[in-house]
Design a protein around this ligand. Structure first.
Ligand code: PGA
Length: 241
């Protein structure tokens, strides 16, 4: 694991976007694993700028998102489908058919998870996976005590995650209780991983993930075993390292 610490969220976003852009320049048909949440928003803004000003070309890029809430339709403003179109996809030249996000409305969720894994394998696997991290150390929606060997699956969200994500909803009761998430096994199969974290509320999780035992109680700690993983942090998130 390599750890880089930068001064600000802006610097983190620019550096992250440069890593993604470098990956796309090296391999035009890159398979990107994408994340939602507050953390990657600045990176998505930078990538949009790079597309508009420097013609960064997403026309052959394929994307697979980490997760989606169960029960939310793609046009629901709280869904991760909506988030991705609002914050990135509509601003760049990625082809809609090349974007993949788990189906939050799937009638047969087990079949939907299997199909997602199969589509990912058909695309050749993720070249570069972007991750955020939960205050509880989760990656994707793999909550503490998730199996390290799990593929894409349905999860029940922890109370901590529901509380943390309530800020995006009118009330905590509206936060879905379940989601489909890439499993830790799926995430670990990515060729390269870039985890982003900013702010002091992530500092404990970063310390546990980077320096603690490799323990299912801290799902991100498994990243210590990944052969090509970068933690890109601001000073606040890195304060206990
Ligand atoms: P955040 O979420 O970027 O909104 O902090 C990250 C996560 O929960 O994985």
């Amino acid at each position: 694991m390599e750890i880089y610490v930068v001064d600000s969220y802006e610097a983190l976003s620019t550096r992250a976007a440069l890593i993604v852009a470098g990956q796309i320049c090296a391999k035009a048909d890159t398979v990107l694993g994408l994340a939602t949440g507050s953390t990657p928003l600045g990176m998505y803004r930078e990538l949009t700028e790079m597309h508009k000003k420097q013609k960064l070309d997403f026309s052959r890029v394929i994307s697979f998102n980490l997760d989606e809430y169960l029960g939310l339709a793609p046009d629901n403003v709280q869904s991760y489908h909506y988030f991705m179109w609002e914050n990135l996809f509509q601003h760049i030249n990625i082809r809609p058919e090349n974007t993949h996000i788990p189906d939050g409305l799937a009638a047969d969720t087990d079949a939907a998870c299997l199909q997602y894994e199969q589509a990912l394998q058909r695309a050749g696997g993720v070249d570069l996976q972007i991750l955020g991290i939960g205050r509880n150390g989760h990656i994707g929606f793999n909550e503490p005590s998730s199996r390290f060997t799990g593929p894409t699956h349905v999860v029940r969200l922890s109370e901590d995650t529901i509380k943390a994500n309530a800020r995006f909803f009118a009330s905590v009761e509206e936060v879905p209780t379940h989601a489909i998430t890439m499993g830790i096994k799926t995430i670990m199969q990515a060729k390269k991983i870039l985890l982003l974290a900013n702010g002091k509320e992530k500092a404990q999780a970063i310390k546990a993930a980077a320096c603690g035992d490799i323990d299912p109680a801290v799902p991100a700690s498994i990243l210590q075993l990944h052969p090509d993983c970068i933690f890109l942090l601001d000073r606040e998130a890195a304060q206990y390292l």
